[in-house]
Design a protein around this ligand. Structure first.
Ligand code: G
Ligand code: MN
Length: 241
């Protein structure tokens, strides 16, 4: 099931593009010829919850282990509702991080709104436990789904990730106004703001002025193998690019 599975890492950089701050790990599949494909190649072979669990925990274990090589970078891990809402998730995750040896501060979980509202009270309790232990929580894909502003106030999160669909529109008046307003509101609430899917210098300039803290997207780098992140850490960013 996990044959060919690899974790790739997409850089998250400061708004001016000059420093590498963290990486988001993304599942990829590499075949015998070396061709790389997206997560569906592996996720599509999953037949039951036990296999899904195995993949989910393999991702976290691999990301944390690789993260030991880059102690100054934050490691963002996408965690789905099934894994996050499983009884004992917070304890299991903290035990794993303790075993591997990461500082909890290095680890960030990216959660979808849909994975939180399903079981709101227990999700919040889990988020509280994790945050008290130093792990941070980002709300992923903000701008899709309900994107309720009430959540920004109620959820115990550290970061908001603006979805690519919002970033794509920043050349137009209304989407640009939404990005500016959500960024200002998030900052006022003490949240960090990350824009994903940044592809053009014009988008970077707009997002920097709007007050986004971090940027992620093809303008800077796609998701790359861990060895490329080693090179960025060793040679400096963006010199190693
Ligand atoms: O929502 P989430 O952060 O999980 O999505 C990340 C996905 O978006 C990855 O599959 C990644 O390869 C893709 N991606 C990352 N940056 C860009 C970008 O700048 N443009 C496009 N089109 N896709 C991107
Ligand atoms: Mn994500």
């Amino acid at each position: 099931m996990l044959s060919g599975a690899r974790l790739y890492y997409q850089p998250q950089v400061s708004a001016d593009g000059t420093s590498l701050v963290g990486v988001e790990c993304l599942l990829r599949s590499v075949d015998a010829q070396g061709a790389v494909s997206g997560p569906q190649t592996i996720l599509g072979t999953i037949e039951n919850d036990a296999q899904a669990d195995a993949v989910d925990w393999w991702i976290i274990r691999q990301a944390c282990s690789d993260g030991l090589r880059w102690p100054k970078l934050s490691i963002s891990i996408n965690v789905g509702a099934r894994q996050f809402q499983a009884p004992g998730f917070a304890g299991d995750l903290l035990a794993l991080i303790g075993e591997i040896g990461n500082a909890p501060r290095q680890i960030e979980l990216e959660l979808l709104e849909s994975g939180i509202i399903e079981n709101f009270e227990s999700a919040i309790a889990t988020m509280d436990v994790l945050r008290r232990s130093g792990i941070s929580i980002a709300l992923d894909d903000f701008g899709t789904g309900y994107s309720s502003l009430a959540y920004l106030q109620r959820l115990p999160i550290d970061k908001l990730k603006l979805d690519k669909s919002l970033i794509d529109g920043t050349g137009e008046l209304k989407p640009a106004a939404i990005v500016q307003a959500v960024t200002a509101l998030s900052r006022a609430l003490g949240l960090k703001v990350v824009a994903e899917g940044v592809e053009t210098p014009a988008q970077q300039q707009f997002l920097r002025v709007a007050g986004c803290h971090l940027l992620q997207g093809y303008l800077f780098s796609p998701a790359v193998p861990a060895e490329r992140i080693d090179a960025f850490v060793r040679d400096g960013w963006p010199a190693g690019r």
